[in-house]
Design a protein around this ligand. Structure first.
Ligand SMILES: [Zn+2]
Length: 294
């Protein structure tokens, strides 16, 4: 026999899923352990149960009173640790699930580190400095050291070979226009050149057109737009940057996890073309108002 599920749950709650000896928050990496080992007559009762992390469990597991060598924890010591920790949990209202918070912190730290790397290595700071104070960079692509980058999946095995012409689906590496940065990563312009035509009505509802010569472009009900398809790669999907490229492609190489359904993007959205000459920036098309007109 071992402890009942009820006793295990009780101990996990009373210890707030922390190790009673080292006080580390361990999430699921915990064991409910016998204070007096079963071989020495220890019972499956709550008084004989303690919550330990794997490390401390290993240090408590083989204690024999007859051979008290090294630093193994004795039953008495474990009992004191248990009572002391339960008291701390009660008095300081310690909560479990610190694990997800530490996970978020390390994710945030990674994001900030990669953001710094992108700003340092991919942005042409001399160019940005030369812009007049307050001048908005309408062609945001121009602030980068290269207009194009090579996006490479960390799992790609094809580079530097090309994918066959009849290959469908996203390839493991590709050359693409870099468009901008956003709060969570970098933006790529996925269909540079003409892009897709769209029509927008007076209420802001818009439809992407399959056909660049769609008859509705001539209708007075709609205004025709050229669009840019923008893919957003979060910093957390970027693994490494080789700003100077290699002997096959001199553009910066950006290694990514294709972690979102086999793609590096967390989001794809559309913008209408602005006009840098007239100081009109590209405008984001409201995804909520994307429609197919009847
Ligand atoms: Zn421990």
């Amino acid at each position: 026999m071992s402890f009942s599920q009820k006793i295990k749950e009780e101990i996990l709650v009373l210890s707030a899923r922390h190790c009673c000896v080292c006080h580390k928050s361990k999430g699921v990496k915990l064991e409910v352990h016998h204070i007096i080992p079963k071989q020495q007559g220890g019972l499956d009762i709550i008084e004989n149960a303690i919550c330990l992390c794997f490390d401390c469990h290993a240090d408590a597991g083989h204690y024999f009173a007859g051979h008290p060598k090294g630093i193994k924890f004795s039953p008495n010591e474990l009992l004191k640790h248990k009572e002391a920790w339960f008291k701390i949990v009660r008095e300081h209202k310690i909560l479990p699930a610190i694990k997800s918070i530490t996970g978020n912190i390390s994710k945030l730290n990674y994001k900030l580190k990669m953001q710094q790397k992108v700003f340092k290595e991919l942005i042409d700071h001399e160019f940005v400095r030369k812009q007049e104070l307050g001048y908005f960079i309408y062609n945001t692509s121009h602030m980068f050291i290269s207009l194009k980058v090579i996006i490479r999946s960390v799992d790609d095995v094809m580079y530097p070979r090309f994918y066959p012409e009849d290959y469908t689906g996203i390839t493991g590496w590709f050359k693409v226009m870099i468009y901008n940065t956003y709060h969570n990563g970098i933006e790529l312009w996925l269909d540079p050149g003409q892009g897709r035509k769209a029509i927008i009505d007076k209420n802001g509802y818009w439809e992407l057109l399959e056909d660049r010569f769609d008859a509705r472009l001539q209708s007075s009900e709609y205004v025709g737009l050229d669009t840019k398809m923008i893919g957003q790669i979060p910093y957390n999907n970027i693994i490494a940057i080789e700003a100077r490229g290699d002997e096959y492609a001199s553009e910066p190489h950006i290694y990514c996890k294709f972690a979102n359904d086999g793609q590096p993007y967390e989001n794809i959205y559309y913008k209408s073309f602005g006009s840098p000459e007239n100081y009109i920036p590209d405008m984001e098309l409201d995804v909520e108002k994307m429609t197919v007109f009847g």
